[in-house]
Design a protein around this ligand. Structure first.
Ligand code: HEC
Length: 133
Protein backbone atom coordinates (compact mmCIF):
# COMPACT_ATOMS: atom_id res chain seq x y z
CA UNK A 1 0.00 0.00 0.00
CA UNK A 2 2.75 2.43 0.97
CA UNK A 3 4.51 1.75 -2.31
CA UNK A 4 1.37 2.63 -4.27
CA UNK A 5 1.13 5.98 -2.47
CA UNK A 6 4.78 6.77 -3.07
CA UNK A 7 4.55 5.82 -6.72
CA UNK A 8 1.41 7.89 -7.32
CA UNK A 9 2.96 10.85 -5.51
CA UNK A 10 5.98 10.63 -7.77
CA UNK A 11 3.70 10.46 -10.77
CA UNK A 12 1.77 13.55 -9.64
CA UNK A 13 4.99 15.48 -9.08
CA UNK A 14 6.28 14.56 -12.51
CA UNK A 15 3.08 15.50 -14.32
CA UNK A 16 2.65 18.84 -12.53
CA UNK A 17 6.31 19.64 -13.21
CA UNK A 18 5.77 18.83 -16.88
CA UNK A 19 2.78 21.17 -16.94
CA UNK A 20 4.64 24.15 -15.48
CA UNK A 21 7.50 23.53 -17.92
CA UNK A 22 5.22 23.69 -20.96
CA UNK A 23 6.42 26.54 -23.19
CA UNK A 24 3.91 29.38 -23.36
CA UNK A 25 3.43 30.57 -26.92
CA UNK A 26 3.45 34.29 -26.32
CA UNK A 27 3.33 36.50 -29.42
CA UNK A 28 6.32 38.80 -29.97
CA UNK A 29 5.90 42.50 -29.07
CA UNK A 30 5.69 43.33 -32.79
CA UNK A 31 2.93 40.79 -33.34
CA UNK A 32 0.99 42.13 -30.36
CA UNK A 33 1.13 45.65 -31.77
CA UNK A 34 0.12 44.33 -35.19
CA UNK A 35 -2.89 42.55 -33.69
CA UNK A 36 -3.93 45.63 -31.76
CA UNK A 37 -3.47 48.34 -34.41
CA UNK A 38 -3.13 46.87 -37.89
CA UNK A 39 -4.96 43.55 -38.08
CA UNK A 40 -8.46 44.97 -38.49
CA UNK A 41 -7.48 46.53 -41.81
CA UNK A 42 -4.62 44.40 -43.11
CA UNK A 43 -5.95 41.06 -41.75
CA UNK A 44 -4.20 38.39 -39.65
CA UNK A 45 -2.37 36.89 -42.62
CA UNK A 46 -1.42 40.26 -44.13
CA UNK A 47 -3.57 39.69 -47.18
CA UNK A 48 -5.54 42.93 -46.81
CA UNK A 49 -9.04 43.47 -48.15
CA UNK A 50 -9.53 43.69 -51.94
CA UNK A 51 -10.18 47.25 -53.20
CA UNK A 52 -9.93 48.57 -49.65
CA UNK A 53 -6.78 47.78 -47.67
CA UNK A 54 -3.63 46.68 -49.51
CA UNK A 55 -1.84 43.42 -48.66
CA UNK A 56 1.41 43.45 -46.68
CA UNK A 57 2.68 40.32 -48.38
CA UNK A 58 4.79 40.63 -51.52
CA UNK A 59 4.64 44.39 -51.11
CA UNK A 60 7.58 46.53 -52.16
CA UNK A 61 6.31 49.10 -49.61
CA UNK A 62 6.96 46.61 -46.78
CA UNK A 63 10.19 44.96 -47.91
CA UNK A 64 11.70 47.96 -49.72
CA UNK A 65 12.86 51.42 -48.65
CA UNK A 66 12.83 51.77 -44.86
CA UNK A 67 12.29 55.54 -44.75
CA UNK A 68 9.23 55.31 -46.97
CA UNK A 69 7.85 52.47 -44.83
CA UNK A 70 8.46 54.27 -41.53
CA UNK A 71 6.71 57.34 -42.97
CA UNK A 72 3.60 55.28 -43.80
CA UNK A 73 3.25 54.62 -40.06
CA UNK A 74 4.22 58.12 -38.91
CA UNK A 75 2.19 60.09 -41.46
CA UNK A 76 -0.33 57.62 -42.83
CA UNK A 77 -0.91 57.31 -46.56
CA UNK A 78 -3.49 58.78 -48.87
CA UNK A 79 -2.50 58.42 -52.49
CA UNK A 80 -3.28 55.87 -55.19
CA UNK A 81 -0.82 52.98 -54.88
CA UNK A 82 -0.43 49.78 -56.86
CA UNK A 83 0.48 46.44 -55.27
CA UNK A 84 0.68 43.21 -57.25
CA UNK A 85 -1.28 44.80 -60.10
CA UNK A 86 -4.13 45.95 -57.87
CA UNK A 87 -4.73 49.63 -57.13
CA UNK A 88 -5.73 51.00 -53.73
CA UNK A 89 -6.76 54.51 -52.87
CA UNK A 90 -8.19 54.45 -49.38
CA UNK A 91 -6.95 56.27 -46.28
CA UNK A 92 -4.37 54.77 -43.96
CA UNK A 93 -4.46 56.82 -40.73
CA UNK A 94 -1.18 58.06 -39.18
CA UNK A 95 0.05 56.01 -36.23
CA UNK A 96 2.55 58.56 -34.87
CA UNK A 97 1.23 57.97 -31.35
CA UNK A 98 3.21 54.72 -31.31
CA UNK A 99 6.70 54.99 -29.78
CA UNK A 100 9.89 54.53 -31.84
CA UNK A 101 10.31 51.12 -30.23
CA UNK A 102 6.70 50.07 -30.97
CA UNK A 103 7.04 51.15 -34.62
CA UNK A 104 10.36 49.33 -35.00
CA UNK A 105 8.83 46.20 -33.44
CA UNK A 106 5.73 46.16 -35.65
CA UNK A 107 7.67 46.94 -38.84
CA UNK A 108 10.26 44.27 -38.04
CA UNK A 109 7.32 41.91 -37.52
CA UNK A 110 5.65 42.62 -40.88
CA UNK A 111 9.02 42.56 -42.71
CA UNK A 112 9.62 39.02 -41.45
CA UNK A 113 6.04 37.67 -41.62
CA UNK A 114 3.54 36.71 -44.35
CA UNK A 115 6.41 35.23 -46.38
CA UNK A 116 8.44 38.49 -46.24
CA UNK A 117 12.15 38.19 -45.57
CA UNK A 118 13.44 41.74 -45.17
CA UNK A 119 15.82 42.84 -42.41
CA UNK A 120 14.80 44.42 -39.12
CA UNK A 121 14.14 48.12 -38.45
CA UNK A 122 15.62 49.60 -35.27
CA UNK A 123 14.06 52.16 -32.93
CA UNK A 124 17.05 54.38 -33.80
CA UNK A 125 16.07 54.35 -37.50
CA UNK A 126 12.48 55.28 -36.63
CA UNK A 127 13.74 58.10 -34.41
CA UNK A 128 15.83 59.53 -37.26
CA UNK A 129 12.90 59.56 -39.69
CA UNK A 130 10.59 61.07 -37.04
CA UNK A 131 13.00 63.91 -36.27
CA UNK A 132 13.50 64.62 -39.99
CA UNK A 133 9.79 65.46 -40.38
C1 HEC B 1 -8.03 51.95 -40.94
C2 HEC B 1 -7.36 50.89 -41.69
C3 HEC B 1 -5.86 50.76 -41.54
C4 HEC B 1 -5.13 50.56 -40.39
C5 HEC B 1 -5.62 50.51 -38.94
C6 HEC B 1 -3.76 50.38 -40.81
N1 HEC B 1 -3.68 50.49 -42.19
FE1 HEC B 1 -1.99 50.31 -43.30
N2 HEC B 1 -3.01 50.93 -44.96
C7 HEC B 1 -4.38 51.13 -45.02
C8 HEC B 1 -4.72 51.61 -46.34
C9 HEC B 1 -6.11 51.96 -46.82
C10 HEC B 1 -3.52 51.72 -47.06
C11 HEC B 1 -3.35 52.25 -48.51
C12 HEC B 1 -3.38 53.77 -48.51
C13 HEC B 1 -3.36 54.38 -49.89
O1 HEC B 1 -3.85 53.75 -50.82
O2 HEC B 1 -2.88 55.51 -50.02
C14 HEC B 1 -2.47 51.24 -46.17
C15 HEC B 1 -1.13 51.12 -46.53
C16 HEC B 1 -0.17 50.50 -45.75
C17 HEC B 1 1.17 50.18 -46.19
C18 HEC B 1 1.78 50.44 -47.57
C19 HEC B 1 1.12 49.61 -48.64
C20 HEC B 1 1.29 48.13 -48.45
O3 HEC B 1 0.28 47.44 -48.40
O4 HEC B 1 2.43 47.64 -48.35
C21 HEC B 1 1.79 49.58 -45.12
C22 HEC B 1 3.21 49.05 -45.10
C23 HEC B 1 0.86 49.58 -44.03
N3 HEC B 1 -0.32 50.14 -44.44
C24 HEC B 1 1.14 49.07 -42.77
C25 HEC B 1 0.30 49.22 -41.66
C26 HEC B 1 0.69 48.91 -40.29
C27 HEC B 1 2.02 48.32 -39.87
C28 HEC B 1 -0.37 49.23 -39.50
C29 HEC B 1 -0.47 49.15 -37.98
C30 HEC B 1 0.49 49.96 -37.24
C31 HEC B 1 -1.44 49.71 -40.37
N4 HEC B 1 -0.98 49.70 -41.66
C32 HEC B 1 -2.69 50.10 -39.96
C33 HEC B 1 -5.26 50.92 -43.99
C34 HEC B 1 -4.93 50.73 -42.66
Amino acid sequence: MRIVVVVSLCFLTVTSFAQTKKPVAKPSPGQQIYEQYCLTCHQADGSGVPNLNPPLKQSEWVSGDKTRLINVILKGLQEPIEINGETFDNVMPAHDFLSDKEISDVLTFIRSSFGNKADAISAEEVKKVRSAK
